[in-house]
Design a protein around this ligand. Sequence first.
Ligand code: SF4
Length: 291
Amino acid sequence: MFSYDEPLFRPPAEAYSAIIQATLGCSWNQCAFCEMYASKRFKVRPIGDLIAEIEALSRAFPDARKVFLADGDAFVLSAGNLLPILQNINRCFGRVQRVSAYSMPRHILSKTDDELRTLRENGLKLLYIGIETGDDELLSLINKGETSQSSIDGIRKAHDAGIDTSIMIINGLGGKQFSHQHAVNSARVINRINPKFLSTLTLSMPYGESHFRSRFQGEYYPLTVVELFEELRLFLGLAELNNVIYRSNHVSNNLILGGTFPKDKESILDQIDRAIEESPRGQYPVSPSIL
Ligand code: SF4
C-alpha cells in the first residue's frame, strides 16, 4: 500500500478519479495568489515508484474510469517521461477512459505536435489550465510566468492535437483597480480558445490580505461581493463561446452557477443580475484562513 504526499489537490471533476502523484509540488510555485504547494519542493518521481503505485491503485480501484496525474503541473514532464506512465495506466486500469493533469501553457508549447498526438493516443485527453486572467498587465503583477498569447498558443496547440482543456479564471484577481481590464481581456482570450470546459474561482487569501499584498506587484483593493458579481457579469456577458461547459462551483465562489454556452448564457447572466440586486452593497467575501 502507499500513501500520498500531502497536501494533495485535484479539480472538483476528478473527485472519483484514481490519483497518481507523477510529480510533487509545482515546478513554478511563484504565482502571487497561490499557496497550494508552498510547503513542497518540486520533484519528479521515479518511474519505478510510479509503476508500483499504478499497479497497487488499479488493484484497489479496478473499475476506475478516470485517472488524474498530480501534483500542480504534472504535464511539465517531458513526453518521454509521460508516455511510460500512460502506458502503465492503460496496462493496469482495464476500464480507464481518460487521463488528465494540470498544466501551464508553456508545458504544451515545449512539446512537439507529434508528441502531443502520441500522448493523446495513449489516453491523455484533458488538461486543466489556470490561465487566471487574459490581461497581460495582471499576468505580470501576479507573476504567472505566462502571457495572454502564450496561453492562447499553448491551449490551441493542445486542441489541435485532440487534447481537451478545462480553463480556470480567477474572479477578483486584480481587485478594484484591474477589475475592468481583467474581465474584458479574459473574455477576449477565452473567446479565442473556446475550451471544452470553463470555470471561475474567486480569489481567496488563506494567509490573509497583507500576505497577498506582499506578493502582488501592484496596488490591490479587494472587491466587495457585489463587485465580484459585476466583474463576473462583464466577463461572461462578453463570452462568445460555442458548446462550452461552464461551472462556478468551487468552494471559493459566492454564487454557484453552471450551464453550457451559448444555450444557458442568458439564464446565467439573469442569475448574476438577481444576485447583484439582492446582495447588500459594501459586504466583502470571507476568505478561509489557515493562520
Ligand atoms: S502554476 Fe498553478 S500550482 Fe503553480 S504556483 Fe501557479 S497557480 Fe499555483
